[in-house]
Design a protein around this ligand. Structure first.
Ligand code: ZN
Length: 142
C-alpha cells in the first residue's frame, strides 16, 4: 500500500469526520459486511433534494471507517443524485474499472483494488448511504 493511502486511513481512524448519531435524521440505514465484520449506521437529514447533514457510527476495520469518514465529507451538501453519481465513480475506481480522478481524498482508495476483499470494506459505507437515500434499511455486502 502506498504511503498516502496509509496516512489517510490512519488520519481518518484517529479522528473520523461526521462520526456520531443524528437524532433528527430523515433517512437512515444499517450496513453490514459479514466478510470483515464491518457494521455501521448512516444517518442523514435531507431537505428537498439536498443532503444537509450526514453522520455515521458503528465499528469496523480501518479501511471501512476511513471510507465512511471520507464518504460523509464527500456527499454533505450535495443532492442525492450527485451523491449517487460519486458513488458510481468510486465503485468503478476501486474495482479498477476507471482511472478518472474524483477527489484527492477519494482517489487514495484506489489502493484497495489489489485486495478484492478490501473493496467491500471501502464500498460498504456507500452502499449504506444509497440504501438510506432509497429508504431501504439494511445494506449487506455479498
Ligand atoms: Zn473491513
Amino acid at each position: 500500500m502506498n504511503q498516502l493511502y496509509k496516512q489517510l486511513i490512519l488520519d481518518h481512524n484517529k479522528s473520523p469526520k461526521n462520526y456520531g448519531e443524528l437524532p433528527d435524521a430523515t433517512h437512515s440505514a444499517e450496513g453490514f459486511n459479514p466478510l470483515c465484520g464491518d457494521h455501521y449506521w448512516v444517518e442523514l437529514i435531507k431537505e428537498g433534494d439536498k443532503i444537509q447533514e450526514i453522520k455515521f457510527h458503528g465499528e469496523g476495520c480501518a479501511i471501512s471507517k476511513a471510507s465512511a469518514s471520507v464518504m460523509t465529507k464527500s456527499v454533505k451538501e450535495k443532492s442525492a443524485e450527485e451523491a449517487l453519481a460519486i458513488m458510481e465513480e468510486f465503485s468503478k475506481m476501486i474495482k479498477g474499472e476507471s482511472e478518472r480522478s474524483i477527489s484527492p481524498s477519494l482517489d487514495v482508495f484506489k489502493g484497495v483494488r489489489d485486495f478484492p476483499t478490501r473493496t467491500k470494506c471501502a464500498s460498504l459505507p456507500w452502499h449504506t448511504l444509497k440504501n438510506a437515500l432509497e429508504g431501504k434499511k439494511l445494506a449487506q455486502t455479498e
